[in-house]
Design a protein around this ligand. Sequence first.
Ligand code: ZN
Length: 478
Amino acid sequence: MQFEPVIGLEVHVQLLTESKIFCGCSARFGAPPNSNVCPVCLGLPGALPVLNRRAVEFAVLAAQALNCQVRETSIFARKNYFYPDLPKGYQISQFDKPVAEHGFVDIPSGEGTRRIGITRLHMEEDAGKSLHDGFPNSATSTAIDLNRSGVPLIEIVSEPDMRSPEEAYDFLTRLKEIILYTGVSDCNMEEGSLRCDANISVRPAGQQKLGTKTEIKNVNSFRFIREALKYEIGRQIEVLEEGGAVHQETRLYNPGEGKTFSMRSKEQAHDYRYFPEPDLLPLVVDEHWQAAIRRTLPELPEARRKRMIGDYGITEYDAQVLTASRTLADQFEEAARAAKNPKRVANLVQSELMGRLKARGLEIEQSPISMKGVAMSADLAETNTISSKMLKDLYEKAFASGEDFAQVYEREKPQQITDTAAIEKIIDEVIAANPRQAEQYRAGKTTVIGFFVGQVMKATQGQASPGVVNELLKKKLE
Ligand SMILES: [Zn+2]
């Protein structure tokens, strides 16, 4: 029998506000434990929450980027449960009236795309953090750090639309890319700014009814989520093939063993008994406010790729690589606009720059060669002032010394022929050898000059000054 996996994802994203969602404490990561706290986020009696306006704007911006419908009036709710890192005994979240619903993310699929639905996007506060080890008494005690308590989150819940671990991986990759472009989160998984839980079930191919699902929690990389799902699909199929039943439960993934393990069964699951938060008014984001937030929405990666393909004549693959982050795309576009041939800039970024960065484990922001440098090298290659071999040498030298391309080029550039008599002689030969192009130039097609410059540079092995060549060529051709 063939089985079909059904996967849904729940993603928590920390919003990059300066302060927490319901108080003025700093929301920054890395402060000494329990230093960013006040009566509100410590849950002391009588303390009242006040909603952070910027957190609302960020949540709505993310919702708009994910094609969600923003609800004009949404309601905060108390989600009641006891846990040591939750001093109030409840978490302020949203329940039946979330801030946004009904969105989607398109993921690549074969030649086209597949649409993965987003059920809802709601705002909530984070809980504190339990520290189970690292202290002298860790064997018998758990420490609590409440800096994270009250940090603003959005939870994005997908429809159970994914049919393979690869699709789940692609969804997360696209989702993260979109969120990063909006700038509402840094999506740093190591620091917990992006966390993901996966719901997974299998059913006989062709069956409409969903199978019993399990939830995989607290996986800290997209790659591990893909692996955990692969394992869990295999496990569930095996259980069913042996005539058993899958139990609804929460499971944890152990990357070392490549397996998931049962953490708690449905019987132990929480009944949160949600009710509307009496200390907060309904949140109203009216049309005007929504429109004002929409105006701050940047061009998103998918649209940007399409435009860049048109603007710069680059391939879809080029566009994919060059829009991997907003910074890279911005820098590339700046360089491409300044360069003579944008396609050459795209090629150089991929063939000469990215490979060298990857080999050294550097991010694009840490590149010794700036995008300005790439543009300069592209122009030098375009005019045949330097050969491709010379360009490679210059890139190597720049990476070895940590200097930008311009500096290395100034020091290493080939000795130029400035003897005009020698250049004139070569120009005469080139014009004589290409009478058709010379005729075209004289007939008014002056762009042909680029062809002649190229020929002369080739004949001089790139050692003539392009400026001198240009000047002399114009004189000779007219
Ligand atoms: Zn506080």
